[in-house]
Design a protein around this ligand. Structure first.
Ligand code: SF4
Length: 65
């Protein structure tokens, strides 16, 4: 599973980080970053990655295999 971020959509409210801080965080500019850039999310964090994507109010996060 990989995470794709649409940075043009992200508004930096941090709901993804609240829901899954082990996957998502915000950078100093308030833009979302995740810990698995360019690589697969480990299986044990797949549910957390999906939870964070689901709560995003502007659909900036996509998770797919
Ligand atoms: S929940 Fe969505 S809009 Fe908010 S910081 Fe995360 S990716 Fe950005």
């Amino acid at each position: 599973m990989r995470i794709t971020v649409d940075h043009d959509r992200c508004e930096g409210h941090g709901l993804c980080e609240e829901q899954a801080p082990e996957v998502y965080t915000l950078d100093d500019a308030g833009d979302v970053v995740h810990r698995f850039e360019g690589r697969d999310v480990p299986d044990e964090l797949a549910d957390a990655a999906e939870r964070g994507a689901t709560v995003c109010p502007v659909a900036a996060l996509r998770v797919a295999n």
